[in-house]
Design a protein around this ligand. Structure first.
Ligand SMILES: Nc1ncnc2c1ncn2[C@@H]1O[C@H](COP(=O)(O)OP(=O)(O)OP(=O)(O)O)[C@@H](O)[C@H]1O
Ligand SMILES: [Mg+2]
Length: 278
């Protein structure tokens, strides 16, 4: 059985002026412990699809199953990491990581040994993300990359079977992004989670993904799926290899084709037209 099964999913946003068809007949099966990356032009429905998987958005048609169960609302089996750091500023690092667990403890009235086990897990995650030294620091004392590492640890705290990430490294500089790439691959190996990772960056998508799903806009749908022909254990120098460069070029060409923009000059002209008519 697939970990996640997306079946004929459609989404129309009902707007006063005119309905927006954001997704149309999306089908995708994601295997247990797979690392899937989703790319495509802006507006092709990547975030909408991820939010439907998270249970934060209703689909208009179709079904989404996680471990065979229909998804209709958020659940502890699926955790989300967003682009913008979303830590609680009044909590230090370790309490941010434990936060969702704390809520569960209050709700379910668990025993003290459960709480102890949760503390052990929070410390293990803190070490996994390499931030043991800033255990008691507050978010405003951390760099963006460090804050995002804490957000990832917090998402992992409840042992979700699927980690959903929407451009999580989009706001980071390129060197920090490379460090985060190797960290998330390490986490994927150690925690054995299934990851669905949305990005604008084709290089990031190829480096991280076992399969890259390319979406196309108007309405958002799957254009094609590319298995990544690289060894499971990725290293930065693979970015210079022929298979990596060829796949990156192929996906970029398909994105340009699917948006009708074939050269950077087309893009410039399109932007000029938009700014003149705005
Ligand atoms: N709440 C909403 N109400 C109306 N339309 C929406 C809403 N959210 C998204 N849309 C529309 O649905 C389409 C898909 O949006 P979505 O945010 O999923 O795209 P995306 O691929 O994540 O884009 P980006 O790469 O810019 O983040 C777009 O046309 C967008 O304008
Ligand atoms: Mg988006």
């Amino acid at each position: 059985m697939s970990k996640v099964s997306i079946q004929n999913v459609g989404k129309v946003f009902e707007r006063a002026a005119s309905p927006v068809p954001a997704l149309d007949n999306v089908n995708l099966s994601i295997e247990d412990n797979e690392f899937i990356t989703l790319v495509g032009a802006s507006g092709c429905g990547k975030s909408t699809l991820l939010r439907i998987l998270a249970g934060l958005e209703y689909r208009t048609s179709g079904e989404v199953l996680c471990d065979g169960k229909r998804i209709n609302s958020p659940g502890a089996d699926r955790a989300m990491v967003f682009q913008h750091y979303s830590l609680y500023p009044w909590l230090n690092v370790i309490d941010n990581i434990k936060f969702s667990r704390q809520l569960q403890v209050n709700r379910e009235n668990l025993t003290s040994s459960d709480v102890e086990a949760a503390s052990g897990r929070a410390d293990a995650l803190l070490n996994l993300i390499g931030l043991g030294k800033v255990r008691n620091a507050y978010p405003n004392q951390l760099s963006g990359g460090m804050q995002q590492r804490v957000a990832i640890a917090r998402a992992l705290m409840g042992r979700p079977s699927v980690l959903l990430m929407d451009e999580p490294f989009g706001a980071l500089d390129s060197q920090t992004r490379e460090v985060m790439h190797d960290l998330i691959l390490h986490i994927h190996r150690v925690e054995k989670t299934t990851i669905v990772f949305v990005t604008h960056d084709v290089e990031e998508a190829v480096y991280l993904g076992q399969r890259v799903v390319l979406m196309q806009p108007r309405p958002g749908r799957i254009h094609s799926i590319f298995p990544v022909p690289l060894p499971a254990q990725r290293t930065q120098d693979m970015k210079y290899s022929a298979p990596f460069r060829e796949l990156r070029a192929e996906i970029l060409a398909r994105i340009r084709e699917s948006t009708g923009i074939t050269t950077d000059l087309d893009l410039l002209q399109k932007l000029n037209v938009q700014s003149v008519s705005a």
